[in-house]
Design a protein around this ligand. Structure first.
Ligand code: XMP
Length: 331
């Protein structure tokens, strides 16, 4: 609409004035905020923006290709894709404790990003002076201290704090004044697809906190395939009353890998394979959440498909715990 059109014109002018002929780098995660920030900055300065997409090996199925198709294929933005799976999994080997895993993933992310930034800045002709981030207004309030600050940290979400200081770059945060709904509207107005802009949140440490205990490539590969089935069926299953899909009727839904084996039977044979848990919640603020009353027919379809299609998983459970006392993620 015209209001969003005006907003984009203004934001673009502001970014151009701020940046001038300098170059900007941005860590693209595939999440809503960094994607919208990238699309907006690209609209403003085109090839003066370089996005760095770090694949830590803990992303959802085909996520990397999807991000590249969108940003390189459709928007024609410059994106450096870094395949850092081996590096991340190497550092995570033998580590089971959730906060320890978060710290490693956050630290390695900073290392990889710094190395990529250094490569770009080594070219003296390029004047890379800015680091762009998809910080939105609620992030600004949250990190401002005071109001709403919890005395006890349950989970450390600040996965990539302190990057601009470490890099000696100036910060460009074009979404700082926007609420989530406005960021989504802006994303659609900039031409990002609906399904990308209205995605469920995905934690920075990714599957690293959805594989309980030690992270292994074998587990991540199984989990990715099971989770893709769950999400596909949630998108396909339409609630007749509202006309909405169960993906849109839930706030967050995902699959958790349990590194325990249980006995099953398939054909004439015995199986002894891994277990996954499906998790789906409804919430308005993610501080409290109810487990979603998914239709049995949907659960049946999902469990049948996972067990038949993902060799290595022979049991699917559904998490019926609300927050509190359970958290949304299992770690
Ligand atoms: P919990 O599990 O605490 O999750 O009920 C609340 C929301 O936060 C997300 N979450 C994270 N996001 N890094 C993130 O960027 C993290 O380490 C992390 N841990 C949890 C979770 O997915 C949910 O949306």
């Amino acid at each position: 609409d015209w209001i969003m059109g005006d907003y984009i014109t203004e934001a673009v002018a502001k970014i151009r004035a701020q940046v001038g002929t300098d170059e900007v780098i941005l860590g693209l995660s595939g999440g809503v905020d960094s994607s919208v920030a990238a699309a907006l900055i690209h609209r403003a300065i085109g090839d003066q923006l370089t996005c760095v997409f770090v694949d830590h090996g803990l992303l959802r199925l085909n996520e990397g290709d999807m991000v590249m198709d969108m940003f390189v294929g459709k928007l024609h933005a410059k994106v450096v894709r870094v395949d850092a799976e081996a590096q991340f999994l190497g550092h995570l080997a033998g580590v089971a404790e959730p906060e320890a895993k978060r710290k490693i993933i956050g630290r390695e992310f900073v290392e990889v990003f710094k190395a990529e930034a250094a490569k770009l800045r080594a070219d003296q002709s390029r004047h890379v002076e800015w680091l762009a981030q998809g910080t939105i207004y609620p992030d600004v309030i949250e990190s401002g201290g005071g109001k709403g600050k919890k005395a006890v940290t349950i989970k450390s979400h600040h996965n990539v704090g302190g990057l601009p200081e470490q890099l000696g770059l100036k910060l460009l945060e074009p979404l700082r004044e926007l609420f989530k709904d406005e960021v989504r509207e802006l994303g659609v107005a900039l031409g990002l697809p609906f399904h990308m802009v209205y995605r469920h949140p995905f934690p920075g440490p990714g599957l690293g906190v959805r594989i309980l205990g030690e992270v292994k490539k074998e587990y991540a590969d199984l989990l990715r395939r099971a989770d893709a089935i769950f999400i596909e069926e949630l998108r396909n299953f339409i609630d007749e009353e509202s006309g909405k899909s169960w993906y849109d009727l839930t706030s967050q839904a995902f699959t958790v890998f349990l590194p325990v084996k249980s006995v099953g039977v398939m054909g004439d044979g015995r199986t002894y394979d891994y277990v996954v848990a499906l998790r789906a919640v409804q919430t308005s603020d993610f501080m409290t959440a109810d487990w979603a009353e998914l239709p049995y027919a949907l659960l049946k379809k999902v469990s049948g498909r996972i067990i038949n299609e993902v060799r290595g998983i022979n049991r699917v459970t559904y998490d019926v715990s609300s927050k509190p006392p359970a958290t949304i993620e299992w770690e």
